[in-house]
Design a protein around this ligand. Structure first.
Ligand code: SF4
Ligand code: SF4
Length: 149
């Protein structure tokens, strides 16, 4: 029996790559750019020129001729350092603003389960977002103490 603190799985990635297809969805911040460029051994400026496009004033990952993200090849080739947007999916704040967004997102993501109540979705997403924030704070503290040490 699930305990009071457990929560059901509402998402299991099917590795289908649907979320990696289509133009312009994946914004990359400067810290994403640095991390990915470092991972693939490119200079950040060269990385922007080779692997990014501008969407307004912001960079997005470029699309290959097959319509997928340039880093998709049956799986994400930069998985350990993929952009924050990709890491956060599908636990995003838009679901907390309107839980219907979860059900809409399920139309393009077969890993998202919809046979769960709105309350469970809200609670689970809120918890995942909080876990992520806590992890980020922890990482920042660890980085600070490494610098001090
Ligand atoms: S669309 Fe959903 S299930 Fe498919 S790879 Fe992306 S996150 Fe996973
Ligand atoms: S970076 Fe990886 S997860 Fe993100 S869109 Fe590209 S292939 Fe998909």
């Amino acid at each position: 029996m699930p305990s009071k603190t457990s929560y059901p799985s509402i998402f299991t990635c099917q590795m289908c790559g649907e979320c990696c297809r289509g133009y312009g969805g994946t914004y990359v911040s400067e810290s994403d750019i640095k991390a990915i460029a470092n991972f693939i051994g490119e200079d950040p400026e060269d990385f922007k020129a080779r692997y990014c496009q501008l969407s307004g004033s912001r960079y997005v990952l470029a699309q290959a001729e097959n319509g997928y993200c340039v880093f998709w090849d049956e799986l994400c080739r930069i998985h350990p350092v993929k952009p924050r947007m990709c890491r956060n999916w599908p636990y995003i704040s838009a679901v907390l603003e309107d839980v219907d967004n979860w059900r809409m997102m399920a139309n393009s993501c077969p890993g998202i389960k919809t046979d769960v109540s709105d309350e469970v979705i809200r609670r689970t997403v809120a918890r995942k977002i909080e876990e992520r924030r806590r992890q980020r704070r922890q990482d920042a503290e660890n980085a600070d103490s490494e610098q001090e040490g």
